[in-house]
Design a protein around this ligand. Structure first.
Ligand code: DC
Length: 223
């Protein structure tokens, strides 16, 4: 029997640097990349477009099955995310989309509806899977698992800088409050709460440059 396709899971809270690190690591390894948060955001967005009630699980489960999500890759650029045929890349990054994603992600049936779709990203030569439960639930057999953290203040700062660069006006204070609220919701939900897999290597990225984190993660895969 051939060896299973290797998976490197990178989990952690938003702003821990996992998106940037995962993309760079996937590029360096020449592996595929799964942005599982984008799937949850896409479903949250599509639910909003359809005017669905965020407290109606059965409608949201249908939405999770029906929402078409495509990642359009152009070499060297961030992939565009196409939701039901519409380029939603920018809209997906808004705090509103993040909050909708966090709300629907707390529904066990929605998570189950997205499970196989996420596993289908596991293709040769390997996969870097970025999310909250990649190492604990979706790819528990992954040979490489990383959990990234950073202080809430640093995560708010990073997000603030990103949004500023995009010309979005926000206050650091409101971002910090949103991050703390989202952390609490993601960590306290009963299904797939945010926590490191027992066999994950934890890296605190507070004060670390992206390149330093990338090198530490790559060293793990090279071992
Ligand atoms: O990583 P992100 O900020 O794009 O994720 C958006 C929301 O989706 C986040 O609040 C929690 C949820 N999510 C999840 O529950 N499980 C994942 N694997 C990825 C994201």
């Amino acid at each position: 029997m051939s060896d299973p396709v290797p998976v490197l899971t990178i989990d952690g809270p938003s702003g821990s640097g996992k998106g940037t690190v995962s993309r760079l690591v996937a590029r360096r390894l020449g592996w595929h990349y799964l942005d599982s948060g984008a799937l949850y955001r896409a479903v949250g967005l599509a639910a909003g477009w359809a005017g669905l009630d965020l407290s109606d699980p059965s409608a949201l489960v249908r939405c999770a099955f029906d929402t078409e999500v495509r990642f359009d890759e152009t070499a060297g650029e961030e992939p565009r995310v196409i939701v039901n045929g519409v380029d939603a890349t920018d809209e997906l990054r808004t705090e509103t989309a993040g909050a909708a994603a966090s709300a629907i992600a707390a529904i066990p049936e929605v998570r189950a509806a997205l499970r196989d779709r996420q596993r289908a990203f596991r293709r040769p030569p390997g996969l870097v899977a970025d999310g909250r439960d990649m190492g604990t639930v979706i790819f528990p057999d992954a040979p490489y698992k990383v959990f990234l953290t950073a202080s809430p203040e640093e995560r708010a700062q990073r997000r603030y800088k990103q949004l500023k660069e995009k010309g979005v006006s926000v206050t650091l204070d409101s971002l910090l409050r949103e991050i703390l609220a989202r952390d609490a919701r993601d960590a306290s939900r009963t299904v797939a709460p945010l926590r490191p897999a027992p066999d994950a290597i934890c890296i605190d990225t507070t004060g670390l440059a992206v390149e330093a984190v990338v090198e530490r993660v790559l060293a793990l895969v090279a071992r």
